[in-house]
Design a protein around this ligand. Structure first.
Ligand SMILES: [Zn+2]
Length: 298
């Protein structure tokens, strides 16, 4: 007889092995685990760049170990796609050893919301709270306004932002030579777009600007797209996500014009979109997306 036990909730720990998706460009995959992001490692002749840290010091340490192995003594750079905990809250382990680069809006948002989001995430349960034990939010070494270009040594990197979209300060990381795009939470693969629409605390997500940002990303014509969560894809993923957002906005407006209240709109669209995308995770974001579009149209 074997003992049975309740399945453990997935520990949100970066635990994958780096996979080379282009020469010198690696992704540590999220493994499909909630609150684990795809992490990027970009190795140049002179330095090595890390994109996103995972949530908390344990994940950050796992990412740092991979980065140091790859860098083999070269200087390390860290940037994050946005301030959200699973993307940024492992930065503290990098602070003593890496040059940390953020755009100013992302840094301002980390200052204004960082501690509140740590509290919010601790409320998700002991497993998540455990990963945030000993958390320190750290300051970057370099802050840029507008856009920034890095050269890791034969490997140019573009840091770009469209401003307020999924958060106030989302940044994408584009490698123009390899045509690889790290999109952060502007894109999820087989997951509904994440709308952190939590009135009155956080209503900064802007679906309309998000759609415009995705149009800009489509114009880059990347060959490989690394979403915040989910499998690495091609440029078709950008179109898929943009079309979902356009439809969610249109349907929210149509049902509102028919006189439906927002609760009914959110419920109906969640049901419809779950049926339409049965293999996409985290359907709870559908209703919050509808609420965000509804609030923006008023
Ligand atoms: Zn996010």
């Amino acid at each position: 007889m074997t003992e049975s036990a309740a399945p453990e909730p997935s520990v949100p720990l970066v635990s994958g092995e780096p996979r080379e998706i282009a020469a010198g460009v690696y992704v540590i995959p999220d493994g499909g685990v909630p609150l684990v992001p795809n992490v990027g490692l970009v190795d140049g002749a002179r330095s090595t760049l890390v994109v996103d840290t995972g949530m908390g010091p344990r994940s950050g340490a796992a990412v740092l170990a991979h980065a140091q192995r790859l860098a083999a003594g070269k200087p390390l750079l860290l940037t994050t796609t946005h301030f959200h905990p699973e993307h940024n809250y492992g930065a503290q382990v990098f602070a003593p050893v890496a040059t940390i680069v953020y755009n100013r809006t992302q840094l301002d948002e980390l200052h204004s919301k960082g501690l509140a989001y740590a509290e919010l995430f601790r409320g998700f349960g002991a497993t998540v709270a455990g990963e945030l034990e000993g958390l320190e939010l750290v300051e970057p070494d370099v802050v840029y306004d507008g856009e920034a270009d890095l050269d890791l040594g034969g490997r140019p990197v573009h840091l770009r932002s469209f401003g307020r979209t999924h958060t106030q300060g989302d940044q994408w990381v584009y490698l123009p030579a390899e045509r690889v795009l790290f999109a952060g939470d502007l894109l999820e693969n087989r997951g509904f777009p994440i709308f952190p629409f939590f009135p009155p605390d956080d209503v900064d997500v802007d679906g309309g600007r998000w759609i415009a940002a995705l149009e800009e990303l489509e114009r880059l014509e990347p060959e490989l797209v690394v979403p915040g969560h989910g499998e690495v894809a091609d440029a078709g993923l950008i179109t898929t996500v943009r079309e979902f957002l356009v439809e969610l906005r249109a349907e929210t407006g149509r049902l509102a014009a028919e006189g439906l209240a927002i609760d009914a709109i959110a419920e109906r669209l969640e049901q419809e979109q779950r049926e339409r995308h049965p293999d996409w995770v985290q359907p709870e974001w559908i209703g919050l997306g509808a609420r965000s579009f509804h609030a923006a149209a008023r």
